[in-house]
Design a protein around this ligand. Structure first.
Ligand code: ADP
Length: 474
């Protein structure tokens, strides 16, 4: 079985978010399972040149009748597609806003990748596409390239990492996809007068996965479907939910080099020291038996920042120390900054992407807040569990699949979930957590249970392999 992972991001080459970590982890784990797998990525300006060599494969790709030069480079784990005009730029999707020709850039990447495979003489059994940037591959294979023998029999699987991002463009994009007006209908590629790349992928791929079981169900509903629930419902039989994992070599308090003191489930003393260290570093007043409550994540509507913002005062009144580490929309930053001004010593706001600090926050926190509006999988709660920072989270998507709501009667669970997306429902869940926090024996048992939980990439990779095998069997 030969698999090509085709994506717009992969660590260590290029990253704007979780997609880059996921494609890397999936590649590594498939390889570890003995699968013949390779990557196919765009060669952006920012990709470090080390270990990447040119091949003698170059060709012209016709995009809406215009030739664009493609050059193929080889890396240790796959191939890169290069075009100077399209990829030798700052940023991946844009610089201070999206690039206006992203429709052209990623259709080119998809089409050139397919041509490159033919030139390289590599015929995969399955091309695993990630998000809208790779989705055009499925459109080409089932339409313009359909009659070419080399491409016949290649199956595609499309993973949707976040349905909130679909690649919606002006009608001109139809021509980049090499399809005509007959596909510009609501049944096919049209989406409210525009062309939708992800929709094309959903319609023409052979199987669809998304990053948790619950999210796989949610995207079939109007509430979570971002306008695509109808088309997803049509393909319901080939949609699977496979939860992401985390890398426990990176995210483990037993080995983490960034934290003040290492600790484990059987020796939690170090966690208390990490907490003091965090308070000191952030200029927060230490106080015995005070919960440290944190939020780490992108400052966008998806993450439920409005619910968080409405509860900061409540948390401070309840005697908590509150930490927010995030980067994102400037309007959200302004609101948080305003609130922060008056609460120095109790509330630390750290704006920016700061990986070492994130490690310290996970280790030094008692509670992690995730009031997300929607959450396809979520890594923050998986990392928090590993560090014994107990999630208080909305019962949605991957949060539902990976957090067991605390049951006081059975004294069982690894976090506190709430259903309705509003500030008071969130506050009730926080209150439940705070009540248990002060019953030390119970809290420690939750912390230990959380730290014992494992969400390994191995399990996820085996499920992907299972789907690959099913696809090959037809
Ligand atoms: P999403 O992919 O929707 O942004 P996830 O929960 O899946 O959210 O993954 C977020 C990842 O990014 C986690 O590894 C988290 O630790 C990290 N992260 C998010 N914001 C920051 C930040 N400001 N500084 C450091 N790490 C961050």
């Amino acid at each position: 079985m030969k698999i090509v992972l085709l994506a717009s991001e992969c660590v260590p080459y290029c990253k704007t978010g979780g997609l880059a970590d996921v494609t890397r982890a999936l590649y590594d784990e498939l390889k570890a399972q003995g699968i013949d797998v390779m990557l196919m990525l765009p060669y952006y300006k920012g990709v470090p040149a080390k270990g990447i060599t040119s091949t003698d494969i170059e060709f012209e790709v016709l995009m809406s009748g215009e030739p664009y030069h493609a050059k193929v480079f080889r890396g240790e784990d796959g191939f890169f597609i290069y075009n100077e005009t399209l990829f030798y730029r700052d940023g991946i999707y844009g610089y201070n806003g999206d690039y206006e020709d992203n429709d052209l850039r990623f259709a080119f990447f998809s089409k050139a990748s397919l041509i490159a495979l033919k030139r390289l003489g590599i015929k995969p059994d399955i091309i695993h596409l990630h998000d809208w940037q790779a989705a055009p591959v499925a459109v080409y294979l089932k339409n313009s390239l359909r009659g070419i023998e080399f491409y016949q029999g290649i199956k595609t699987i499309l993973t949707i990492h976040n349905l909130g991002y679909q690649g919606i463009f002006d009608k001109r994009a139809l021509r980049y996809l090499d399809v005509d007006e007959t596909l510009f209908t609501p049944e096919y590629l049209e989406f409210f007068g525009k062309v939708n790349y992800l929709k094309g992928g959903i319609l023409f791929c052979d199987a669809i996965t998304t990053v948790s079981r619950r999210y796989a169900e949610e995207i079939l509903t109007k509430e979570y479907g971002f306008g695509l629930h109808g088309v997803l419902l049509k393909r319901k039989d080939v949609i699977y939910g496979i939860v992401n994992g985390i890398d426990y070599n990176v995210w483990s308090p037993e080995t983490d080099p960034h934290i003040y003191c290492r600790y484990s489930e059987s020796n939690l003393r170090g966690k208390g020291l990490c907490k003091l260290d965090l308070l000191r570093e952030l200029g927060l007043e230490p106080k015995r038996n005070t919960p440290v409550v944190s939020f780490i994540g992108r400052l966008t509507g998806q993450k439920g920042i409005e619910l968080l913002e409405e509860n900061i005062q409540f948390l401070l009144d309840a005697g908590c120390r509150v930490v927010v580490l995030g980067e994102g929309e400037s309007s959200i930053k302004e609101i948080l900054e305003k609130r922060h001004k008056h609460r120095e010593g109790l509330f630390a706001l750290k704006i920016g992407f700061n990986e070492p600090l994130a490690h310290k926050v996970y280790a030094g926190s008692d509670i992690t807040l995730m009031p997300s509006l929607y959450e396809p999988c979520g890594l923050v709660q998986l990392i928090s569990l590993s560090y014994g920072s107990i999630p208080v989270a909305r019962n949605t998507g991957g949060l539902s699949d990976t957090i067991d709501d605390y049951d006081p009667f059975r004294d069982d669970g690894t976090g506190f979930l709430f259903d309705d997306y509003n500030a008071s429902a969130f506050r009730e869940a926080i209150k439940r957590a705070l009540v248990v926090f002060y019953i030390k024996k119970r809290w420690i048992s939750i912390v230990k249970r959380a730290m014992r939980k494992r969400f390994s990439w191995r399990d996820s990779a085996l499920q992907y392999i299972d789907i690959y095998e099913r696809l090959l069997k037809g």
